[in-house]
Design a protein around this ligand. Sequence first.
Ligand code: ARG
Length: 467
Amino acid sequence: MVKKASKNKMWGGRFSLDSSKLLQNVNSSIEFDYKLFEVDVEASIAHTQMLAHCKIITKKDSSLIISGLKRIRNQFQSGNFKLDKELEDIHMNIESKLQKDIGDTAGRLHTARSRNDQVATDLRLYIRKKNSHIADEITLLQIALTNKAEENYKTIMPGFTHMQTAQPITMGHHLLAYVEMLSRDKGRIIDCNNRLNESPLGSGALSGTSFPINRKMTAKTLGFDNPMRNSLDAVSSRDFVLETMSSIAICSVHLSRLAEEIILWLSDGFNFISLPDDLTTGSSIMPQKKNPDLAELVRGKSGRLIGSLITMLVVMKGLPLAYSKDLQEDKEPTFDALDNILLCLQSMTSMIKNMVPNIDNMNNASSRQFSTATDLADWLVQNLNIPFRSAHQITGEIVSKCIKDDMNLDKMELEVLKQFDKRITKDIYNVLNTEKSVNRKNSEGGTSPRNVKKSASYWKKRLKDEE
Ligand code: ARG
């Protein structure tokens, strides 16, 4: 007597029991992998065309399958596709719907294909598209930073080391530092796309297939550079996810640093910038508050983005070849990271565009804490030919005198300065104010307004090309 089979039409043949509810709950990925819908259909169409081209299925069946898939895509796009948890994942949801719509011919779609090469292909297509979007958003943020830098090429602010006032810098210089970091972030993301652009499709479950398929054809249709060379590698590698997650994590760390600075600059102690009301929030108890929640969330989200990378690294570690279901755990952290880095980039762009510098406050703060002391030491070296270490020592003593007398460096009497070295002349005052200090920082990559102006126009031109 033939045993009663499980209801599962995709793989139920050898089972006599249906999956338990618990298994269904743990096993099902449709709640999140529905995001692969579009790329799954795209890859299925390419696969079907190839099957017909290679005479593995008839032209007639191929047209029926493809028009069915396109109809399903329209239904999905108009919100009329019902996802069924019992059908596990997006691949089986689509195939089962096709079966309902066109009957048994649907069963030919999965010829010479496994969900293992299918999902690996889908994920590459999905990440590729998102990565280009991320690269575009990075460019928009770079443009916003460059414009703000250009407007503020000679706005003076304190530069910090150890979070202590160190030397005066220009705000434009500070903002352009992030343009540089973001440019490397973009390079990494583009690099991910270059490397992931190979097709796993046609690798089957793990060992390839006995059907006379044409992998070059599907690779080309889907915009991949070439088919992957090794079927085991193709179905089980996720280093393209790891690379993307790590590039995103690094970018999020850069955004988090900038967010932290925005938070500091907005704080009462600094008061360097303001943000418009529509980018800040209020407090439910303290009516006077205006809080930088948007910047705080960009800072906070770097935590989950770094978390996505760690999740993926740990999922992959210890996985033998080839496919194991652990790999289904790649999707949630990946989708979450891709969506959230986009949100962070967009948030940052709008804060940078709309921030208004409080130029006077920045300027005043930049002359506090003897910020031009290095300029004084340099003057001693350049004009009196004193070795830098001795100049450092003398300047330290002058600063100590200033602290004792509660006086700024540029307010010290020449007579008092002469007590430290009688060769000091009034020319020294030329380097003691912050404006003169930044103007003199003309070394390559230095903070002078002249350099910043040049840098900003370099970036404007370059970003126009990259747009
Ligand atoms: N939903 C699965 C995943 O995301 C698809 C591949 C299933 N393959 C299998 N052999 N059960 O990884």
